[in-house]
Design a protein around this ligand. Structure first.
Ligand code: NI
Length: 140
């Protein structure tokens, strides 16, 4: 029952369908229109679920910073210890002589994961960053 496919048809303006078919072809030979529509629906559902309070999410926060920036690494380290319950792992990459990249994996209630990410992103010296959130499908 869970994996039974239900059919429905979609009316779409021609220009939108042409653009959609370009997206389908960019996704490669293994994907057809139906599979890409299913992917997009799943993306939308995950995005909506991740914005609801009380849901447990996993987040990956990628940041770029200059390791010469004064006491920045110490501050980032302190934040990660303060939230050790919610920070699953982190990876540090030395990009070049000055620049560091860090990927921090977070887990917890939607709002808390966003708050920790904002704390890190708002730390002086963090040049750029982005949080990507996905759901575990469980309540926090
Ligand atoms: Ni480094």
């Amino acid at each position: 029952m869970a994996n039974e496919l239900m059919r429905f048809s979609v009316a779409m303006p021609e220009d939108l369908l042409i653009r959609f078919d370009r997206l389908v072809s960019r996704r490669g030979l293994a994907k057809n229109r139906s599979e890409v529509v299913r992917d997009l629906v799943r993306d939308a559902l995950v995005e909506e679920e991740c914005s609801m309070p009380g849901i447990e999410v996993m987040g990956t926060l990628t940041i770029i910073f200059d390791h010469h920036a004064s006491d920045l690494q110490e501050k980032l380290h302190t934040i990660q210890h303060d939230y050790f319950d919610n920070i699953v792992s982190s990876m540090h990459v030395h990009v070049d002589a000055h620049t560091c990249l860090e990927v921090i994996v977070l887990r917890g209630e939607t709002g808390l994961v966003q708050d920790i990410a904002n704390l890190i992103l708002g730390t002086k010296g963090v040049q750029n960053g982005k949080l990507v959130v996905t759901t575990t499908g469980r309540m926090a």
